[in-house]
Design a protein around this ligand. Structure first.
Ligand SMILES: Cc1ncc(COP(=O)(O)O)c(C=O)c1O
Length: 366
């Protein structure tokens, strides 16, 4: 048994969206912010540091306005609700968070049906969107698709991304059909670093965009929804109607504001280093890493049949490297383990990490 822990300062933690942060880390960070830039109180999530964050994110995303949301679930819901009005239908990926993980909230709470496209796949094409729209306006009862949402990267497909030319084509089709579009960019800052685009390149193609504040930016929860002033104005009433007008969120906003500067550079460096490490791991006997077709920061590691997974995992932990096999592994002998590259990758040199993988594989071989 190792005495090393994922929260140690030099641990390499190959899961999650960013560096895991404990409440104690966040308190330390807040104290530092309070002593330097300061934290300004808000009033039920309006003004103060929350207002500063909304302005900073609107500017960063190239949108006129932005509003804090307590969750991404609510940000996506209210965005689609505003685009569609109460009624109508929104085209989404079948694999999206909105379709799978919100308990049919749009259908049940806002009378908006979702039209799931690209079943089991990462993304739908612009041509598929067009076809779905045509079907929606040629039925016995006219019921047009009245909004479209794109999620990229797709959490349920190991963080794979919608290819950039397809994002552009989907945006072009939705504009030509006059359908408002929304981007679920929960991990937009990460995907921008992974593709070499700016976050603005993405947000320019959509009428509204949601970005998570806790996945990479260091806040404990929350999201930002950005769009035109007309779209965002008055949205705080909707937020409150759905029970999301939190009384004090300045601490959350201050942490996210702190996480913004330098993120793109840091993450791009982590990803580049991570890719080099994955290539090195792929050369180790018993281990293989074959990147996904549209990969962002997640890489599947497959162990040879004669490697014992538990021994491999605990040998890596002895080196301060933490991996998280799925609870229900696939076929024996396949056992892909998603390795998530995040900024913890920058903590130690690749040579040292590759040697640790090599030693762990040798130790775990029957
Ligand atoms: C792609 C995507 N969208 C939206 C959400 C919802 O975010 P929240 O947990 O803030 O409701 C998640 C959360 O995992 C997500 O992965």
């Amino acid at each position: 048994m190792t005495d090393k822990k994922p929260e140690d300062a030099d641990s390499i933690v190959l899961i999650g969206d960013g560096e895991a942060r404990t409440a104690a880390d966040q308190l330390r960070c807040l104290n530092e912010i309070a002593a330097t830039t300061g934290i300004e109180d808000d009033d039920f999530s309006r003004g103060g540091s929350v207002g500063q964050l909304e302005r900073a994110m609107a500017e960063r995303l190239g949108k006129e306005s932005a509003i804090f949301m307590p969750t991404g679930t609510l940000a996506n819901h209210l965005a689609i609700r505003r685009h569609c009005g109460t009624g109508g239908r929104a085209a989404v990926q079948e694999q999206s968070h909105l379709f799978n993980d919100t308990g049919d909230s749009l259908q049940r709470l806002s009378s908006i049906n979702l039209v799931p496209l690209a079943t089991g796949r990462v993304y739908f094409t612009a041509a598929e969107l067009k076809e779905a729209y045509e079907t929606s306006v040629t039925g016995r009862v006219m019921n047009p698709i009245s909004a479209v949402m794109v999620e990229t990267p797709v959490r349920r497909r190991s963080g794979q991304i919608v290819p950039w030319p397809e994002v552009q084509a989907i945006s072009e089709v939705s504009r030509s059909l006059g359908i408002p579009s929304h981007l679920d960019g929960a991990r937009l800052f990460m995907v921008a670093a992974a593709t070499g685009n700016d976050v603005r390149d993405y947000s320019d193609l959509f009428d509204s965009v949601y970005v998570s504040l806790y996945k990479f930016l260091g806040a404990p929860f929350g999201g930002i929804l950005a769009g035109n002033s007309d779209f965002i104005d008055g949205m705080y009433h909707d937020r409150r109607m759905f029970g999301g007008g939190l009384a004090q969120t300045a601490l959350v906003a201050a942490l996210a504001l702190h996480g913004l500067p330098g993120f793109a550079e840091k993450f791009a460096a982590a990803l580049e280093k991570g890719k080099q490490l994955m290539r090195a791991i792929d050369g180790i006997p018993g281990l293989s890493v074959t990147p996904f077709e549209h990969s962002s920061n997640i890489f599947p590691l497959t162990l040879a049949d004669n490697l014992d997974l538990d021994r491999f995992k605990s040998a890596l932990a002895d080196h301060g490297i933490f991996i998280y096999p799925p609870e229900q592994p696939g076929e024996p002998g396949v056992r892909p383990i998603d390795l998530h590259v995040n900024a913890t990758m920058l903590r130690r040199p690749n040579d040292e990490l590759a040697s640790a993988f090599s030693a762990a594989a040798a130790q775990a071989t029957a």
